[in-house]
Design a protein around this ligand. Structure first.
Ligand code: DAH
Length: 355
């Protein structure tokens, strides 16, 4: 009787063990995992000391001696199966995620790209800084202007072509509201409120109704200069401009003044500098003249002083105006004006300061 009971108990232990092994085997074969943590959780569930396979090894002692060999073999196979499966999952995960695996956390961070100053800002700043060494301060005015400050106060005749829609962008007619065509408008704004001595440079954007091409744009930038005091003469103007030209283009630079006409100056002149490409010998850039034009200038017309409330019998002054793009072209040889407003980073990056 006792023998039969033992036999039954043993049989139960044996079949129970076999069932468990088979069901774990099925489970393990079907395992999947989404990430490294999930794989580790599976390893703990099946293979750790308190895991399900270890628990079976603990039950092993209840297996009758006659079946120990068979069950032992099956248990070992199950353990190998689980170990192989976990390793395979780890490998699959690692090769799936090569991008992550390839990140080298000890590498230095990628260098941060530093922005650059726009070439026109660089040149404008240089012009301002040269004139500030002569005592000039910066004055600014609006881009949307009225007729008086752009034309009227500056002695433009009523039928001057600049007052035509073909040349100027009008926002509104009578009373006229327009986009300033030159920074000379800031002269009239400053003079109507300040008494001499006045010594200002006026940087800013201006607009003209031009077809856009490599050498013309409907907007560009100017710096205007104005100096008004007692006894200001043409010699003062020449000396200031010579200083500017040599600071900007180098100490060997020569200047020459050609008579010209502007409504707001009398006498008026255009200033050329010696071509620094050919040293004045003549090349394509200076059209074989040895000279390149860089600005307009003159003695402020007494009519302008009076229109702005300054006594022309007491005061005199000079003025000049230059295009920032023009100066930038001479300095950097930019062939196409449009590059200044396209903001192509390959172009802008060329003006990165050297470290
Ligand atoms: N305003 C002129 C222009 O836009 C430039 C200029 C010429 C300004 C002579 C001046 C000057 O102040 O005296 O073409």
């Amino acid at each position: 009787m006792e023998y039969l009971l033992t036999l039954q108990k043993n049989l139960f232990a044996y079949t129970n063990m076999l069932d468990k092994i088979n069901s774990l085997k099925e489970q393990i074969e079907a395992l999947t995992a989404a990430n490294a943590e999930a794989i580790e959780a599976l390893r703990i569930k099946y293979l750790s000391k308190k895991g399900e396979i270890s628990a079976l090894f603990n039950d092993f002692r209840n297996v009758p001696n006659e079946q120990k060999r068979e069950i032992g073999q099956k248990l070992n196979e199950l353990k190998t199966l689980a170990t192989d499966k976990i390793n395979a999952l780890r490998e699959a995960f690692a090769s799936n995620d090569t991008a992550d695996a390839a990140i080298d956390l000890t590498r230095t961070a990628a260098p941060a790209e530093v922005g650059t100053r726009h070439p026109l800002s660089l040149v404008r700043q240089e012009i301002i800084s040269i004139f500030s060494r002569l005592g000039f301060t910066v004055a600014e005015g609006p881009e949307v202007e009225d007729d008086w400050h752009v034309f009227g106060a500056l002695n433009f005749a009523d039928d001057h072509p600049a007052r035509d829609m073909q040349d100027t962008f009008f926002i509104q007619r009578s009373p006229d509201v327009l986009l300033r065509t030159h920074t000379s408008s800031v002269q009239s704004r400053v003079m109507e409120h300040a008494q001499p001595p006045i010594r200002i440079v006026c940087p800013g954007r201006v607009y003209r109704n031009e077809a856009i091409s490599y050498r013309a744009h409907c907007f560009f930038h100017q710096v205007e200069g104005l100096y008004i005091d007692k006894n200001v003469s043409f010699t003062d103007l020449k000396q200031a401009l010579l200083y500017f030209a040599r600071e900007m283009f180098g100490p060997e630079t020569q200047i020459r003044l050609r008579p010209s006409y502007f409504p707001f100056t009398e006498p008026s002149a255009e200033m050329d500098i010696s071509c620094d490409l050919c040293g004045g010998k003549g090349c394509n850039f200076c059209k074989h003249t040895g000279w390149v034009e860089i600005l307009g200038c003159g003695m402020v017309d007494p009519n302008v002083l009076e229109a702005c409330g300054i006594d022309s019998k007491v005061y005199s002054g000079y003025a000049f105006g230059m295009g920032v793009e023009r100066i930038a072209n001479l300095k950097y040889r930019v062939k196409d004006l449009r590059m200044f407003s396209e903001n192509d980073v390959r172009f802008l990056d060329e003006f990165k300061p050297a470290h």
